[in-house]
Each structure stands twice: as structure tokens, then as C-alpha cells.
Design a protein around this ligand. Sequence first.
Ligand code: ACO
Length: 429
Amino acid sequence: PDDRPEDEAERGLRVADRGFLNTAVIESAITYIDGERGILRYRGYPIEQLAEKSTFLECAYLLIYGALPARSQLSHFEREVLLHGIMHADATKFFGSFRYDAHPMAMLTSAFAYLGSYYGEANPSLQGQTLFTKCAKGDPEALQNMDKQIYRLIGKAITLAAMAYRVRQGREFVVPPTGMSYAESFLYQLDHLSPTDSFSASSSASPSPSPYKPHPVLARALDILFILHADHEMNASSTTVLQTGSSLPDPYSAVAAGCASLYGPLHGGANEAVIRMLVSIGSPNNVPTFLAAVKRREKVLSGFGHRVYKTSDPRSFIIRKIADEVFAVTGPDPLLDTAMALHDAALKDDYFVSRKLAPNVDFWSGLIYRAMGFPMDFFPVLFVVPRIVGWVAHWRQMMLSPEGVKIWRPRQIYVGPSERSYVPFDERE
Ligand code: ACO
């Protein structure tokens, strides 16, 4: 604009792109999305193939290191990640300081920042900056050090998430088990009865915990849901992790920032909104009235529409199948009939078809989590746990970039007053 200060105006073209609708902030070789054709690929592999044939930790390796691992590489990676799930005993005291009714995302965000206080070798004020510079130059010791932070972040994600779950129930924390997959270990840490659980203490059973194995169908369903949520290129939280990481703090702080971003209802809260919407609709008979209100713009059809996908989100087909498998174990969710009626009616309705509004990943995921017994405010935690893989993949890619890391410092279009002189109190109108 003409009233910009002269020195601003002289600096040439500056583009305002509110919400980054059309601004690419990185070049990336990690995840490919074609929103028009409904394609999602991790490192070139279609999401459908990965969900069918791979495991979450294999996909994590693929996303982070760029290639499918050899058998020995995968065993090493799994061992390291699961080993690093163990938390220092002090974490118990830290979690003990949260209110019993704290939101699990508030606890998780703080817990990742807290982790940064433990690992001096990743701390920028000690040697972090040198570490990252050495990583970019391919120094093997520095790369090993970086890998260790990655194992810790992924390994401890399920431990911290389980602690956030149990603290609200006043239940003792569970030491990560051995010999289980990532999803199994998570389910074990969430639900395992410890000897001091109030309801087990009063039972006549022996004080030693009974062996508990998560249901294989539920564990595999969770593993696939983790695969589907592991990365989605430059979403709000991944961008936040990179923005934070660009000033070279330790990666635990960058991940804490990512958690804070994902916590927001516009990002990690849509599947909860779907459940609330289905509860408010109440029965399949009320679907036409609800859709009429959506068309009058009085309501939003949660779980439909996407900034990038202009056709069905490819993950939604996979999730629909998982939902059936989970319901076969848990029994169908009472909201399922309403969900099906709403889904089918919207897909036949011109209003939604003409706007290219199709189901996204969140339409079914909340129903699955509910059937598995998760409270609604825990849904974003189930999104963060796998998304940490995407965050560290992007963080590592940025740290190892041959051009070095450039601090992310966007510009603004200044629209305030031009220079004016300070006015003393008595002279102000
Ligand atoms: N219900 C009703 N109308 C919708 C919806 C919806 N869910 N989504 C978009 N529209 C309408 C808009 O009103 C607009 O109509 P108009 O052209 O007549 O004005 C048109 O469709 C285009 O929509 P935009 O708002 O331009 O789409 P945008 O890309 O900005 O928004 C978003 C995408 C935020 C996901 C939106 O579709 C939405 O709010 N969906 C519901 C919430 C949801 O499910 N979020 C999860 C997304 S997936 C994820 O984050 C993991």
C-alpha cells in the first residue's frame, strides 16, 4: 500500500499469504499428497500398501531414514525405541504435580518440555548447536547422538501418554513391558492392573500383577491407526516443530511446541467434534434435519471436508475397514447407525458433492477410539503419539540439510500508523 513507510516500500515484493494457503516452507522428500486424486504416499509408498503390509515402527523407520529397513535394521530400531520407553523415576514425581483433572494434552506438552531437562547432549546451551552442525557434516558420532534423541522421543511418547492417562485415575504408572510391539506396549501401559490399583487391591487375587496381553485385533487396529496418522506433510503441528526447531533448541522443546499446536480444536480436535455432533443428532431419523441446518450454515458437518483433499481422504477408506474389525470385538458403537446414515446421505447430497466435501480421517477415528474405551479428551493424544514420527522425520531432514538450517523468520505487511510523536498525558484527547 502507498502509505507504507518508504524504507518498507523500497524493499520490493512481499506476498501476504494468510494461513499459508499457497506458501511452501520447505522442500521435502518425506510425504506426498495429491489432494485432487486422493493420494497419500510415505517416501513413495502408497498409504494403502503400508497400512496393509507394514507396521507402525517400520513406517517410522521409513519416514525418518527414507528407505524400508532390512530385517536387522528394523530389529535394531524396534529394540532401541522400546528400550527408551523407560522413564526416570523422577517423572513419577513430576506427573504427581498435575491436577487430577488436567487435560492429557496439557500434561503431555509439559512432559516433553520436561524431558529436555534430562538430556544435556541435545541441549543447545551445552553442545546442541555443535551437535547439529556436526550432524549436517555427517559426523558418525553426532548422527548416533541424534538417533538416540529420536529413539527417546518415539519410545517415551507412549510411556508419557500412558502416564497422562493414569494420573487422572490415581493409578500407579506401569513400567514398559518387554516382548511386545509398540501398540501392544501402549495398550499394556494404559490398562495393566498394578498391585496397588484400588480395585485390584481389594480383590482376593495374589498381589503380583496378572499377566495381561492386549487384544491382538485391537492392538493391530491401533498400529494401523498410528501408521495412518504418522505424517501428513506441512500440517500446523509439523510446521510448528520446524519453526521452533529452526532456532536450534533441543528436539524435546520442538516436540513440546508441536504438541501445543496439535492440542487446538482446529487441528487435533475434529474427531471429538464428530462424536459430539453424532450425539447431538441422536438417531438416523434426525439426519435430514441436521443436514438442512448445515446447508443453512447453522451447523458444520464435522469429519467432512479437508484443506488439501478435494475428494475422499484415502485414509478414511482404511479407517472404515478398521472400524468394522474393532466393532466385531467391542460390539458396535450406538452412534454407528447415525454415522452411517449421515455419511451416506451427505455423499448423495448435491450441496456436499458440488463443494467436493467428502469424509476425512476424523469421521470414523473417534468412533473407533470410543469403542476401544478411550475418553474423548484423550483423542488428540492418540494423534500426537504417531505424529511424533512425522515431526522427527521433518526435524531430522531439516537438521541434515546440506545448506544448513536457516532460522524461520517470516515477514509481515505493516498496516499500522506511520511515524508519530509521543503525546504527554495532559495533551491526549
Ligand atoms: N460442513 C459444511 N460445509 C463445509 C464444510 C463442512 N465440514 N467444510 C467446508 N464447507 C463448505 C464451506 O462453507 C464452503 O462453502 P461455500 O463455498 O458455499 O462458502 C466450501 O465448503 C469450501 O470450504 P472451505 O471453508 O473453503 O474449506 P477449507 O479448506 O478452508 O476448510 C476444513 C477445510 C477446515 C477441514 C473444513 O472442511 C471443515 O471445517 N471441516 C470440518 C472439520 C473437520 O472435519 N476437520 C478435520 C480436517 S482433517 C484433519 O485436520 C486431520
